[in-house]
Design a protein around this ligand. Structure first.
Ligand SMILES: N[C@H](CCC[C@H](N)C(=O)O)C(=O)O
Length: 287
């Protein structure tokens, strides 16, 4: 009989290509999730992922479940939009809940997940209330209208003008005319570690395309280039609206897929809608 604490049953899922290892901690105890994320995220000596997500019992009565997210470098983040959608699918498709409106406790507050279920009883997409964006002055410069919504960050002698938006985790959104030829490996890494971002930062490089979609590539704090970032897509949509590049609803087109974002005028909340997919399940020695 296997000692279930010596091995861990995990589920690999992705949201628009942003892939994580999911573990239900009501069944499996992960004593050191930071080290587990670091070890298991490796594509060569581990499972391979953008990080580790723990699905937990909620510590408060006002929520149904809880999540924690650890980046591939082992650092813990405050929120993960793509993982929130995947957790909704995980809980419903596995029969752990029959709710189609789930309240998910996260380190950055409780988020409502609205599950979209197909005729065959499976979740194909989820809308997450990502709550309100938080803007912060980072060496802001005045825009023509006088509103202070963009700032300059310099790295290696190159200045990047962008908008800082927190969705519970920090993002710096840079609009460019040629996003597909921007050296994200170089500048994403340098910007993540700029002294202007004391907690480091997720960096998005975006370009508004002729069809109105916002083509975006992401350098994630603690994980590097990812195929998509849910909180990042929300930050891009807010920055695009604030700087007059888009309206309050936009499609953010990322390497791994598209996310639909709506920034409500009524409640100032940001709503993100997108896919969630199972990839595979397996067992790995606990650490
Ligand atoms: N991929 C996640 C964001 C992870 C953020 C993490 N890299 C951080 O340190 O904030 C998402 O879909 O929102």
């Amino acid at each position: 009989m296997w000692d279930k604490q010596k091995t861990v049953w995990f589920t690999k899922m992705h949201g628009a290509g942003n892939d994580y290892i999911y573990v239900d901690t009501s069944v499996y105890e992960i004593s050191d999730p930071s080290s587990a994320a670091l070890k298991w995220s490796s594509p060569h000596t581990g499972i391979g992922s953008d990080g580790l997500v723990l699905i937990e019992a909620s510590p408060v009565a006002d929520a149904d479940f809880a999540m924690r997210i650890f980046n591939a470098d082992g650092s813990e983040a405050m929120m993960c939009g793509n993982a929130a959608r995947c957790i909704g699918k995980y809980l419903y498709d596995k029969g752990i809940t029959d709710k189609t409106l789930i309240r998910l406790y996260t380190p950055s507050g409780i988020k409502n997940l609205l599950l979209h279920v197909t005729a065959d009883g499976k979740v194909d997409s989820v809308t997450v209330d990502m709550q309100q964006p938080v803007l912060c002055n980072t060496r802001q410069i005045a825009t023509p209208e006088g509103t202070m919504v963009e700032g300059i960050v310099e790295v290696s002698g190159v200045e990047f003008k962008g908008t800082f938006v927190s969705m519970g985790n920090p993002h710096f959104v840079i609009f460019t005319d040629d996003v597909l030829h921007t050296d994200i490996n170089l500048y994403g890494n340098l910007l993540e570690h700029s002294p202007l971002f004391p907690e480091r930062c997720n960096i998005e490089f975006s370009q508004v395309m002729k069809d109105g979609t916002v083509r975006t590539r992401v350098w994630e704090r603690g994980s590097g280039i990812t195929m998509a970032c849910g909180t990042g897509a929300c930050a891009v949509a807010v920055a695009a609206a604030l700087t007059g590049r888009c309206g309050r609803e936009s499609i953010i087109s990322m390497d791994g897929g598209r996310l639909k974002i709506a920034w409500s005028e009524a409640d100032n909340h940001v709503y993100m809608t997108g896919p969630a997919e199972f990839v595979f399940e397996g067992e790995i020695p606990n650490i």
